[in-house]
Design a protein around this ligand. Structure first.
Ligand SMILES: CC(C)(COP(=O)(O)OP(=O)(O)OC[C@H]1O[C@@H](n2cnc3c(N)ncnc32)[C@H](O)[C@@H]1OP(=O)(O)O)[C@@H](O)C(=O)NCCC(=O)NCCS
Length: 296
């Protein structure tokens, strides 16, 4: 959810040697545990930029300008002429206002038209990097791979990454700019706001994953365990099947059912889900769920 409703003005320009200082600083400031610093050092980067090392067929460096001020950088690294990988770093203050997706759209327009042999613009996101996953989705990229244990972490373990791509055909079809292609529940959590009808699932918390129109909701409540709902989102309506384990004192039972949920956005920007469900035991109900706002 955008922190404010105004979409920022986003421009890209090619990095020049004078950018080396702020890019090296931004590299450190914008890094997270899910996106490590590239490792830019000011003097060396200055020399590389002077030598044209970040504006050639294999490597391209872009300054991201948001509302007139430098706010981050993007790198496009060409693997073999047909695939080029995008890396994105936006400073903490400028995040969450829609700049990320706009940068990907500009990059696609530039690189697909400038390099006729380029077939795919690719990118990777740490499996828990929800903002970057939402950015890829919003800019028409499709998730097409999961690289297991590909991201070494500070504690000695390795995380997985998801691989995304926008193909030349996607770009030609305008997928990267298609008007918000409906709702994106990916990575969002919802809590019970109101029970209109039927039993009240106190403590209900649902966390969604979404890929295209396919939606999975994982949920628990005080007396419901291991809940899993899967469905298809069509416009603002999600039709789904669900299964969970219901606990009532010592009685434990597996419950299956189906439902129809309608999505809408509240004035404060949060999403609301009006959910009607029925189960195979003959019970039914209606409830309202509200998006939980996180720090991000
Ligand atoms: C990832 C990054 C580039 C995104 O840029 P951005 O300008 O914030 O992107 P956008 O505003 O277009 O989209 C971010 C989305 O994630 C959402 N988001 C942010 N934090 C979130 C969280 N903790 N949980 C769920 N959603 C979250 C935002 O609300 C927004 O969602 P929307 O689709 O409802 O608008 C930026 O956060 C960044 O540079 N992060 C650090 C480096 C990094 O992770 N790079 C990616 C690896 S290549």
């Amino acid at each position: 959810m955008p922190a404010d409703n105004r979409r920022p003005e986003v421009h890209l320009r090619v990095l020049v040697p004078e950018d080396a200082g702020w890019v090296a600083t931004m590299d450190r400031k914008s890094a997270t545990s899910m996106a490590r610093p590239i490792g830019f050092v000011e003097d060396r980067l200055h020399e590389e930029l002077e030598a044209g090392a970040w504006a050639n067929d294999t490597r391209f460096g872009w300054a991201i300008i948001i509302d007139g001020a430098t706010a981050g950088f993007a790198l496009v690294v060409d693997g073999d002429g047909r695939d080029a990988e995008v890396l994105l770093r936006i400073g903490p203050k400028a995040r969450g206002r829609g700049a990320g997706r706009e940068v990907l759209r500009h990059l696609a327009d530039h690189h697909f038209s400038a390099s006729p042999e380029l077939l795919r613009l690719t990118g990777r996101a740490h499996e828990h990097n929800v903002p970057m996953q939402r950015v890829f989705n919003a800019a028409g990229f499709r998730m097409e791979a999961r690289y297991r244990d590909s991201f070494p972490q500070g504690d000695g373990t390795a995380a997985s990454e998801w691989g995304y791509a926008l193909t030349r055909a996607d770009w030609e079809a305008g997928r990267h700019r298609s008007p918000e292609s409906g709702y994106d529940l990916h990575g969002l959590s919802f809590e019970l706001e109101e029970t209109i009808e039927g039993a009240e699932p106190t403590g209900l918390l649902v966390k969604f994953l979404q890929e295209g129109r396919r939606v999975i909701g994982r949920y628990t409540a005080d007396h419901q365990l291991d809940g899993e709902a899967a469905g298809i989102l069509s416009g603002d309506v999600l039709r789904y099947r669900f299964v969970h384990t219901a606990e009532d004192g010592t009685h434990v039972e597996e419950v299956l059912g189906r439902g129809r949920a309608r999505l809408q956005r509240r004035e404060d920007g949060r999403l609301e889900i009006v959910d009607k469900w029925s189960d195979e035991r003959g019970a039914h109900g209606q409830q309202v769920l509200l998006q939980r706002v996180t720090g991000g």
